[in-house]
Design a protein around this ligand. Structure first.
Ligand SMILES: C[S@@+](CC[C@H](N)C(=O)[O-])C[C@H]1O[C@@H](n2cnc3c(N)ncnc32)[C@H](O)[C@@H]1O
Length: 308
C-alpha cells in the first residue's frame, strides 16, 4: 500500500478519462496495447485519510473495450506480486507483469507485441529513473509500420520532474559530480549539451531558478519533437505553492492530442482528506508554452551530444 497526496489523484483521474476515450476511439482495431513502465502499487491511499483509489494498472485493466495486450513493469517485488494477483484471471487476453527494471527489459518486451495495434505507454517514475533509451525504444516500436501506413507511433504520457533535476544537480558542482548526478541527468535526456549549459548558467546565477526549471522541461520536449512527435502537451501538476512535476503527452495524432487536452481540461473533484466531500476544481485551459521557447530564453544553447 502506498500513500499519495491528492495531486497524484489528479494524475490518475486524467489517466482514467484519457484511457476510456483512447479505448473508444480505437474500438475497431483487433488489438489494443497498454504499457505501464512504472506500474506501482495496487492499493493507493489518499494521505491523511482512509480513502483508496486505483493505480494505473487497475485502471488500464478495467477499460472497455479492453486492452488486448497489457505489460506492467515493476521493480519492487511485493508490488509486482500484487500486480500479478490483480492480473490473475485475465486468461482471455495477454497480460504480463515484468518484475525488474523497465529500462533493461523494454526491448525484449516490445519484441513480443503487435506493431499494428494502437498502443499507449504510461511512463510514471518516482523521480529520474526513466532513461531516454527507453523512450527511443518505445518510439521506434511502431515507427516503420506507422510510416508505411500513415498511422501513429506509440502514444506516451510521461512524468517529467524539472524540480527533481534542479534538486539533484543543486548548487555544488563538485558534490554533484562526485555523486554521479550529471550522468543520471544525461541518461534522462540521452545526451549532454544544452541542459549542462542551463546548469552552468544557474550556478553562475545568470538565469533565475524559474528559467532553469522551464528550460529543463522544454529541452525534454525538444527531444520528443526530434523523435517525430509533433503533438506535444504539457500539464504542470502543482500544489498551491509549488510545481511538483509536469506530465508530458507525446503523440503523432491530432485526434489523440485533442482527447488528452479534453481529459486535462475537464473539471474534476479533488478528494480532500478527512472530509466527506471533495473540492470541485475548474481546470485551467491548456496553454502552449513550449513552441518558440528558445526565442525568449536568455541563453544560446549548444547542440546535443548524444550518449554513446
Ligand atoms: C510513481 S510510482 C507508479 C504509480 C503508478 N503508475 C500509478 O499511477 O498507480 C513508480 C513505481 O515505479 C517503480 N520503479 C522505479 N524504478 C523502476 C524501474 N526502473 N523499473 C520498473 N519499476 C520501477 C517503483 O517501485 C514505483 O512503484
Amino acid at each position: 500500500m502506498r500513500e499519495w497526496s491528492s495531486h497524484s489523484y489528479e494524475k490518475i483521474s486524467i489517466l482514467s478519462d484519457y484511457l476510456g476515450q483512447f479505448a473508444r476511439a480505437t474500438q475497431r482495431a483487433p488489438n489494443r496495447v497498454y504499457i505501464d513502465a512504472f506500474a506501482g502499487d495496487t492499493i493507493n491511499l489518499l494521505k491523511g485519510s482512509v480513502q483508496q483509489f486505483p493505480g494505473s494498472a487497475e485502471l488500464a485493466l478495467g477499460v472497455t473495450p479492453a486492452f488486448t495486450h497489457v505489460r506492467l513493469f515493476e521493480k519492487h517485488r511485493a508490488r509486482a506480486d500484487a500486480l500479478r494477483s490483480l492480473a490473475s484471471g485475465e486468461s482471455h487476453r495477454s497480460v504480463e507483469v515484468i518484475e525488474g527494471d523497465s529500462n533493461g527489459r523494454m526491448v525484449e518486451t516490445l519484441a513480443g507485441l503487435p506493431t499494428q495495434a494502437p498502443t499507449f505507454a504510461f511512463l510514471d517514475p518516482d523521480g529520474m529513473e526513466l532513461h531516454w533509451s527507453t523512450i527511443r525504444t518505445i518510439a521506434d516500436h511502431k515507427r516503420a509500420y506507422a510510416k508505411q501506413m500513415s498511422r501513429s507511433k506509440v502514444e506516451m504520457w510521461i512524468l517529467f520532474s524539472s524540480a527533481g533535476i534542479v534538486r539533484m544537480l543543486g548548487s555544488n558542482r563538485s558534490f554533484a559530480e562526485q555523486q554521479g548526478f550529471p550522468e543520471t541527468v544525461a541518461r534522462l535526456y540521452g545526451a549532454w549539451g544544452p541542459w549542462q549549459a542551463v546548469w552552468e548558467a544557474r550556478l553562475d546565477r545568470r538565469i533565475t531558478p524559474g528559467d532553469a526549471k522551464r528550460a529543463y522541461l522544454f529541452l525534454y520536449m525538444d527531444r520528443l519533437l526530434e523523435l517525430g512527435y509533433h503533438h506535444l502537451l504539457v500539464r504542470p501538476i502543482k500544489t498551491s505553492r509549488n510545481e511538483l512535476y509536469a506530465m508530458v503527452f507525446a503523440s503523432d495524432s491530432p485526434a489523440g492530442s485533442r482527447l488528452m487536452q479534453w481529459a486535462q481540461e475537464r473539471d474534476r473533484v479533488r478528494p480532500k482528506p478527512d472530509t466527506l466531500f471533495g473540492v470541485p476544481e475548474a481546470r485551467p485551459a491548456y496553454e502552449d508554452l513550449h513552441t518558440g521557447w528558445r526565442d525568449e530564453f536568455p541563453l544560446d544553447l549548444p547542440p546535443w551530444v548524444e550518449l554513446g
